[in-house]
Design a protein around this ligand. Structure first.
Ligand code: FES
Ligand code: FES
Length: 156
């Protein structure tokens, strides 16, 4: 085992890991943060996305040793207590959540996009989702949700 130190949702921690573990495995199995979902586990579906130093990454293909000294935000870290992040509430209001399996990854992607580009065009939103698969919604409501979130974040 190796020791690795990093921050998760603002809290510093140090844990013992095997060198070949993924960030997704550590989050779900060691830290009990199960918001990031295992889907394809090959980097193709985006269900496992988290923010790594503010950028959306697939945690299933991120080796845990690469996380040393860095900051991870998971879907659990976006809300403040019971108060949802505007992106989370927008997904609900726009009807963008059906089975919900893709939703944490979609919201993490949207957070990364809106932090970098607060006023994305519809095409820029669609382009940002090219590594996030949804089997339920047809994406229209997800795009609507991200547009609504951009508006709410601008007004807040
Ligand atoms: Fe990570 Fe699909 S589970 S990209
Ligand atoms: Fe079911 Fe997206 S809501 S996969």
């Amino acid at each position: 085992m190796e020791l690795v130190s990093f921050e998760v949702n603002g809290k510093p921690l140090e844990i013992a890991v095997e060198k070949n573990w993924t960030l997704l495995k550590v989050l779900r199995e060691q830290l009990d943060l199960t918001g990031a979902k295992p889907g394809c586990e090959t980097g193709d579906c985006g269900a496992c996305k988290v923010l790594l130093d503010g950028k959306a990454v697939n945690s299933c293909t991120t080796n845990i040793m690469k996380v040393q000294g860095r900051s991870v935000i998971t879907i659990e870290g976006l809300s403040k207590g019971t108060e949802l992040h505007p992106i989370q509430s927008s997904f609900i209001e726009a009807g963008a959540v059906q089975c919900g399996y893709c939703t944490p990854g979609m919201i993490i992607t949207a957070k990364s996009l809106l932090d970098e580009n607060p006023h994305p065009t519809e095409q820029e939103i669609r382009d940002s989702l090219d590594n996030n698969l949804c089997r339920c919604t047809g994406y229209v409501k997800i795009v609507d949700a991200i547009q609504l979130a951009a508006k709410k974040m601008e007004e807040s």
